[in-house]
Write a protein that binds this ligand. Structure first.
Ligand code: CO
Length: 289
């Protein structure tokens, strides 16, 4: 047994704030809930956005996300249900299917589309935006499709943790990043099952519940379709979660803050307004493709 399996959290974090998210639409009319909104970017640095989408109604998703640019950060798309095809200006193409992840580093720029590859049925998943440090914002774009079977899992008592990024209980995830050290876990908990995750107090962290009735963080109930922002109390050594009386699923996301200026204009996230003007100009001049 790996000794990290024995790591226990003695001073867990509490819930600082519960967030409901905002119903909105993006792309060509895709309905979604923006859980991590612009006003939380500083608080949840290095994360810039979290969208949750989930619907049985094709009218809510059929328009998809036609060609649009990105610069300066990474997009991480995790599909729970449905199929989406991705194409980008760097020549990459991939199909997202249930349980798979697409990790795209926009770097200095890509233009891509994300379109549903189905006419009906459910479409559900998440898109998380992870910021890049200033020194990497203009790096070459990078892209990886991660099949469901390639996502490592840790199994504990009543717990399956799908490790998309970072590591838990000695299991390294599909993607590792220096600098921001992102942790991205999809947790499947049996009723009342408990999960612990050691984490430095300085890393920002949140949990979003997407199945079941609620999840307990300390004595705070985090209901389905709510995000809990977790405190960074000095001396805290991690996170302890416990499912309510129903089987519960949640994503747990954490990372080390960059503490750099954030300048955003739509799909461009840089450090200064000047760099944003440059991004818009480069896009208009066709230099992102
Ligand atoms: Co996009």
């Amino acid at each position: 047994m790996d000794t990290t399996t024995l790591a226990t959290v003695t001073t867990p974090r509490a819930v600082e704030r519960l967030v409901q998210g905002q119903a909105t639409s993006d792309g060509a009319g895709v309905k979604l809930v923006r859980v991590l909104t612009n006003n939380l970017q500083r608080r949840l640095d290095p994360f810039l956005m979290l969208d949750a989408f989930g619907t049985d109604n094709p009218g809510d998703y059929i328009g998809g996300f036609p060609d649009h640019p990105h610069r300066g950060f990474e997009t991480v798309t995790y599909m729970l249900q449905g199929r989406m095809r991705h194409r980008d200006s760097a020549g990459n193409e991939g199909l997202l299917v249930p349980g798979s992840v697409q990790w795209m580093t926009a770097g200095r720029g890509v233009i891509h589309s994300e379109m549903p590859e189905q006419q009906d049925g459910a479409m559900e998943g998440f898109q998380l935006w992870l910021n890049l440090p200033a020194k990497d914002k203009m790096r070459e774009p990078w892209y990886r499709d991660i099949a469901s079977s390639e996502i490592p899992e840790w199994h504990g008592e009543g717990v399956t943790a799908r490790v998309i990024a970072g590591s838990t209980h000695g299991v390294a995830g599909a993607v590792q990043r220096e600098g921001t050290e992102p942790l991205y876990l999809d947790l499947h908990l049996a009723p009342e099952a408990r999960f612990e995750q050691p984490l430095p107090a300085s890393h920002n962290a949140f949990v979003y519940v997407y199945r079941g009735d609620f999840l307990l963080v300390g004595d705070t109930a985090v209901r389905r379709q709510r995000m809990a922002i977790l405190t960074n109390a000095p001396g805290s050594d991690g996170i302890v979660l416990q499912a309510g009386p129903q089987a519960t699923r949640a994503i747990l996301v954490a990372g080390r803050p960059l503490n750099e200026p954030i300048a955003q204009y739509g799909p461009f996230v840089m450090n200064t307004q000047q760099e944003i003007f440059q991004a818009v100009e480069d896009f208009r001049a066709g230099r992102l493709a």
